[in-house]
Design a binder for this molecule. Structure first.
Ligand code: TTJ
Length: 643
């Protein structure tokens, strides 16, 4: 066997392995991008953009263009050095190795703070595998090189293993154009709201970066420049824009070991605590060690100041961390060379050295700031005093309220509980309206299904204070029924091991009011029992929208408009019944369509759903009427199409 033949065989073997790797991505896309819904689709964009941001962090790229093209594809272009195109040890262009090998990114990357971890950093090869087509263009040394793929398979012929030159240019950088594969994704239309929010967030976290966002799709056409030179301090200003500030925005930056720590915070008159953590530009929904490090150091610091200033006397207890953070909006952003993540959604930072680094930098830098800004310090301590007073008063109210309720689990309001006490098998349906509630009580499987009807609008918890929330009969009933208490800024009495139901199922009409009720319930869970969502216990029931009965044969339930369109295309002469609400179904129908575990459709609530529910509650509840109307409408439409 000649040398070159051996190399050839080797290359063939390698390329077969490559195809097998990318085939695995196509077989189980959810393993790599989380889901094949709108969120998974957006992840493709973020994955590619993150690579360009890495090039920015390495110091070589200042502008990233993100374009949603009229043909449904997405283009991401940077002005960096360009992905390496020279010969890789495998005998082909390095670029091709990057886009055809799982997790190849790091090898070419001399940037220590690469975005890796969680669902992100999965590699541009994953995006390639899930794209109907992808074109990679690289500008280097005055030339444009190009490589093209279809569903991850290269379709460009290499010239002696290297990329063909397709033109000349004075641009340097990388441009990726990709079209998500409709064979993989439920829907391949990019959702611009999430993408814009993410690009804006990225620009706050990288103050020297400019992101040019362009949407070229018909009626959505739009161009926005995201550039936030004030960085995370600007982020805080934006987060607090509709609240009344009681301190300046404090900003500091420092490093410890190899970890760069940046923090910004400000206190507002509202009592809500909003502390956000980012690691290597990625938002950590479940928080983690950077936040613990910050909280520990900050609590200690403020208690020390409070004693020095005589606000706390010898006999007084320390303020709790929650007292001190009441009204605080904070962003903690760290750059870590080797981030590790844990938790249900792999978004909780786990590195112990991150806690040490944030705590040390906060100890030094926050002291340096507060020593010189006594007004801010007084503002913070004043807030803590007020919060501690309220906490003590509320501790009393709470003990009273809960002790009255504690042993009334079965006879609690309108709850029709199930017989079984095995939480792993039990479900509770929270049903909108007494009439649907009545049907559900008759239709259910009494052994394992509990029904809790709730009336119209429950209390909006986003703004209400804790004692008001607890005084609401329906919320009290819910907390008692779940059995695990609740957590709130002023303490954490939540214990998920006591949860009495494996599934908490929200059952509301597929209309405007139903969407509103779901939003309020999700806000409640997100604020007071977020673990329920993190641990995947919260679901939304999907009642059918239609029943069709053909001339001959069985009637069929249809759950969305798409299903109806499909049915119409293959059937003639049938009667169509549109369900206006759950209340219209008799118990038997309700069982068949919505309660029966064998036949029903459930949507598991993701933490992002709850977060956006919480964020939009303000919109829904705010005094300005116009935005409220339009939002509810859009949302109701989404809910119909999104089944
Ligand atoms: C790595 O070190 C040598 C010079 O090039 C570095 C690099 O990888 N640069 C780079 C990659 N710049 N931009 C990218 C990139 C940009 C996009 C939009 C997408 C991807 C997958 C990579």
């Amino acid at each position: 066997m000649t040398n070159s033949m051996r190399e050839n065989n080797q290359y063939d073997a390698d390329s077969i392995k490559v195809l097998e790797g990318l085939e695995a991505v196509r077989t189980r896309p959810g393993m790599y991008i989380g889901s094949v819904s709108a969120r998974g689709l957006n992840h493709l964009v973020y994955e590619i953009v993150d690579n360009a941001v890495d090039e920015h962090l390495a110091g070589f790229c200042s502008t990233i263009r993100v374009t949603l093209e009229a043909d449904g594809s997405c283009t991401v272009e940077d002005d960096g050095r360009g992905i390496p195109i020279d010969m890789h040890e495998k005998g082909i262009s390095a670029e091709r190795v990057v886009f055809t090998t799982l997790h190849a990114g790091g090898k070419f990357d001399n940037n220590v703070y690469k975005t890796s971890g969680g669902l992100h950093g999965v590699g541009s090869s994953v995006v390639n595998a899930l794209s109907e087509r992808m074109t990679v263009s690289v500008g280097r040394d005055g030339l444009i090189y190009e490589d093209r793929y279809e569903r991850g398979v290269p379709v460009t012929e290499l010239v002696d293993g290297l990329l063909p030159v397709v033109g000349e240019t004075d641009w340097t950088g990388t441009r990726i154009n990709f079209l998500p594969d409709p064979l993989i994704f439920d829907d391949t239309v990019f959702k611009e709201e999430d993408i814009k929010r993410r690009m804006h967030e990225t620009s706050y976290l990288n103050p020297e970066l400019t992101i040019l966002y362009t949407d070229l799709r018909g009626d959505k056409a739009q161009e926005i420049t995201f550039h936030e030179p004030d960085g995370i301090a600007g982020f805080i200003r934006a987060l607090n824009k509709s609240n009344e500030p009681v301190t300046e925005i404090v900003y500091y930056k420092g490093a410890c070991d190899n970890i760069v720590v940046e923090a910004a915070f400000q206190f507002v008159s509202e009592f809500h605590e909003n502390v956000l953590g980012f690691c290597n530009n990625i938002y950590n929904a479940e928080g983690g060690t950077h936040l613990t490090g910050f909280k520990t150091a900050f609590t200690q610091l403020i208690n020390t100041y409070a004693r020095q200033l005589g606000v706390l006397k010898d006999k007084d207890n320390n303020f709790t961390g929650a007292d001190i953070r009441s009204g605080m909006t904070a962003v903690i952003s760290i750059k870590h060379p080797d981030p590790r993540f844990e938790g249900q959604t792999k978004t909780k930072l786990d590195n112990q050295d991150a806690a040490r680094a944030v705590s040390q930098v906060t100890g030094e830098e926050a002291v340096r700031y507060l020593d010189r800004n006594l007004d801010t310090l007084r503002g913070i301590i004043g807030r803590a005093e007020k919060a501690a007073k309220i906490r003590k008063a509320e501790e009393k109210t709470r003990t009273n309220l809960l002790s009255k309720q504690k042993f009334s689990f079965d006879s609690n309001g309108k709850l029709a509980n199930c017989t079984s006490r095995d939480p792993s098998k039990c479900e509770i349906f929270i049903v909108e309206g007494d009439s649907a509630g009545g049907s559900a009580k008759m239709a259910r499987n009494r052994m394992y299904q509990a029904i809790l009807p709730i009336r119209g609008k429950i209390l909006n918890v986003e703004k209400a204070s804790i004692d008001k929330v607890l005084a609401n009969a329906e919320i009290k009933t819910m907390i008692n029924a779940f059995g695990c208490g609740f957590s709130e800024g002023y303490g954490n009495d939540f214990d998920i091991t006591k949860l009495r139901y494996d599934k908490i199922i929200i059952m509301a009409d597929a209309d405007v009011d139903g969407a509103h009720i779901s939003t309020l319930l999700l806000t409640l869970f997100y604020r007071f029992m977020p673990e329920l969502i993190y641990e995947g216990h919260v679901y939304v029931a999907m009642p059918p929208l239609y029943k069709v009965v053909p001339k001959r044969g069985e009637g069929v339930y249809l759950y969305d408009d798409r299903a109806l369109a499909k049915y119409r295309s293959s059937h003639r002469g049938f009667t169509l019944q549109r369900y206006k609400g759950l209340g219209e179904m008799d118990p038997e129908q309700l069982w068949e369509t919505t309660l029966d575990p064998e036949r029903r459709y459930l949507k598991q609530v993701q933490i992002e759903d709850a977060m956006s529910a919480s964020a939009i509650t303000e919109l829904l509840m705010g005094s300005e009427v116009p935005p409220r109307r339009s939002f509810i409408h859009d949302h109701a439409k989404d809910a119909e199409l999104d089944v």
